[in-house]
Design a binder for this molecule. Structure first.
Ligand code: PLP
Length: 359
């Protein structure tokens, strides 16, 4: 049965690359020490592996080793970034700006802070999923402590001009958090180019294991301060306590190394396949959602006018595809991303996301 299945849901999660698994395996059974154990070789070996991995991941995003905080994935990194900044900068202000098409991990974290007395501005998007930079500029105030903008949208693949957004945010003396989860391994995520102050990645979106991710926290120009959201043994420079997931971190680093090596080559092949898929679907009357110029090479969000996405998916169970994001696909509501882009509810219900992958 499984051999006849077609997996077109790589934005939800990717298979682990066999080379990633090979790198991880010794850290389950052979080098199983706790990276925080300072008194014996088991701990030193694990700590060495974490150090090596941290350097590989830092290199992948153009950061310094000590700017990487390991987490359990992007949802946790997002919570640490937004809540951590909100707590650390409360004397400066309580205003945060985000965008209507952000992932629920960002929007719900902001909602939580709103319930605690923060003020949240949610910027609208244009029909193609991009934002109006003038609207962003006007929304940032003296008491704005953080702007949250994703690099690539998980549902449409639309890529925002993070470097331009960063310039506006910095001119207004605020900080920029960039959710680069979907961009990781698909397009460049160099923090120097993007000029982001905080940025997250998740291993399972880029052929690494589930349950591990990271938050980049800028240390210079400006140095970003955070308040930890998980207290305990003071791991990760007191910013995220908890025993490190050594095999996961090793796998994450290997996934970054492979992505760095194979990025351009993979993108070419994947986007050719995506074009073939879209041409075939558009010949049947489907239309593409999102800016087609500024888009991830693997993602295609299509509206099948007059149809219902869940019925299409039920009729073709051998193809794995998605409506909305996996994290919210249990909800019967239409995609908040597509409705924010101005799609009518019936068109949002008629839309399917196909996300192709390396395998
Ligand atoms: N941000 C984006 C854009 C995502 O697509 C996802 C996962 O779907 C997340 C955050 C959450 O990532 P994780 O599964 O690592 O918690």
């Amino acid at each position: 049965m499984k051999d006849s299945l077609v997996y077109l849901d790589n934005n939800s999660t990717t298979p682990v690359d066999p080379k990633v698994l090979d790198a991880m395996l010794p850290y389950f059974t052979q080098h199983y020490g706790n990276a925080a154990s300072r008194s014996h070789a088991f701990g030193w070996i694990a700590d060495e592996a974490v150090k090596r991995s941290r350097a590989m991941i830092a290199k992948f995003i153009g950061a310094e080793d000590n700017e990487i905080i390991f987490t359990s994935g992007s949802t946790e990194a997002i919570n640490l970034a937004i809540k951590g900044v909100a707590e650390a900068y409360h004397a400066k202000g309580k205003h945060i700006v985000t965008i209507a098409t952000e992932h629920k991990a960002v929007l719900d974290t902001c909602k939580h802070l709103e319930s605690l007395g923060h003020e949240i501005t949610v910027l609208p998007v244009l029909e193609d999923g991009m934002i109006d930079l003038n609207v962003l500029e006007k929304a940032i105030r003296n008491d704005t402590i953080l702007v949250c903008a994703m690099l690539a949208n998980n549902e449409t693949g639309v890529i925002l001009p993070i470097d331009q957004i960063a310039e506006i945010v910095h001119a207004k003396n605020s900080l920029l958090f960039c959710d680069a989860t979907q961009a990781g391994g698909k397009i460049r995520t160099d923090v120097y180019d993007l000029k982001a102050d905080l940025l997250c990645l998740s291993a399972h979106k880029m052929y690494g294991p589930k349950g591990v991710g990271m938050l980049y926290v800028r240390r210079k120009n400006p140095r970003v301060t955070l308040i930890a959201q998980i207290d305990g043994g003071g791991h990760e420079r007191n910013l995220r306590s908890g025993t490190l997931n050594v095999p996961g971190i090793v796998g994450f680093a290997k996934a970054c190394e492979l992505a760095g090596e194979e990025l351009m080559e993979m993108n070419g092949t994947i986007s050719i396949l995506r074009t073939r898929l879209e041409q075939a679907m558009c010949d049947l009357g489907a239309s593409i959602n999102g800016n087609i110029k500024h888009r991830l090479p693997n993602t295609s969000n299509l509206t099948f006018h007059g149809k219902k996405a869940d019925e299409i998916m039920k009729a073709i169970p051998s193809v794995a595809m998605a409506t909305g994001s996996a994290c919210s696909s249990a909800l019967p509501e239409p995609s908040h991303v597509l409705t924010a882009m101005g799609l009518k509810e019936k068109d949002a219900y008629a839309s399917i996301r196909f996300s192709l992958g390396r395998f």
